[in-house]
Design a protein around this ligand. Sequence first.
Ligand code: HEC
Ligand code: HEC
Length: 338
Amino acid sequence: MFRAFILASFVAFSAGAAVAAAPQGTEDLDTLRSLYQRPTAIPFPEDAPYSPQLATLGKMLFFDPRLSGAKNMNCASCHNPSFGYEAPVELAVGGLNERLSRHAPTTLNMAWVEPLFWDGRAASLEEQAAGPITAPAEMNGKFEEIIETLSAIPTYRTWFERLFPNRGISVDTILVAIATYERTIVSGWSPFDRWVDGDETAMSESEINGFRLFNGRANCAGCHSGWNFTDNEFHDIGLFTADIGRAGIERGPLRNRHAFKTPGLRDLTYRAPFMHNGSIADLEGVIMHYESGGIERPSRSAEMQAFELTDEERGDLLAFLRALTAEVSDTPVPNLPN
Ligand code: HEC
Ligand code: HEC
């Protein structure tokens, strides 16, 4: 009975929207693979088109501690490229050396993620970036002072004037520049991407079996869907937490309680600890959590059902998750102008 149910749900998912009833076997796998193709271009909004100069300017600002009140902290303090654009601590620590209430999420692949924050309270990257700069517990910056500081630096003045004629250095232009750079932070090619692209040798048997489990019995793809492995929706996955998450922004539906935005799963190897509160130390712990189904409560997602893996299957799923990490990560840190 149990097995029949599992099989049915696997077929239902892998068939997807386009194909009515994909047969079992290799074709099944091909259908699944096709759902994970990398996009060929980064989407930029019409009012903030890409230019290499603008992205470079934004990158300097992302790494510039002069945006913070005590000049001691930049965006990369908490979104560090060495740690998958996160900070390797449970709860992020701000410029006053105080813990924030949540773990820093990755800023990888943000061009495809909306809304922003664990609870989705910012609609765009531009809107999002204003938050940490001015929040007293984070960078504690004041835009008037930041604009004054940047205006005293000839390189910044020149670039802002060139890229934003008649606008120069302002709150808006600072935020657009940072957001444009953030859209260029894209996770690199991983063994999984090469495999999706047709290189049959790019993933091992074990990793491929992990991919099957991810889409099948373990039901990870119920929420971690597509090439960036997120549906950009909010779910309560039954973690022990006092944080009400999405319900703090949108009270309505019961399912919003303790619901957080599904994070993408790229470059996980560098991103521990995990979850909105950093409460799970490693990927083994993450898998154990999902096997248990999490805490049963009215808000918990219906997609969260306990299941059991053998040791071998657990190893396969883990191997697959690790195969989502880029083979080469190359993030030169910019020189900051004086
Ligand atoms: C003190 C640590 C800290 C600093 C500094 C910081 N952030 Fe964050 N960032 C966080 C935390 C914590 C969150 C999650 C907060 C939440 O969801 O409530 C976050 C969330 C984000 C998100 C949303 C990611 C998502 O998946 O929705 C983006 C984008 C981001 N930060 C960019 C930036 C930028 C740009 C800067 C610099 C201007 C910056 N951060 C500075 C800690 C920090
Ligand atoms: C019901 C939707 C749902 C399902 C099913 C699901 N996840 Fe998640 N996943 C989430 C959400 C939402 C979060 C963030 C939860 C939080 O922090 O409270 C998350 C977080 C994670 C994280 C931590 C990422 C980070 O940045 O901290 C990993 C790793 C992960 N999931 C892997 C998996 C795996 C593997 C499976 C299958 C065994 C799975 N997920 C099934 C929704 C889901």
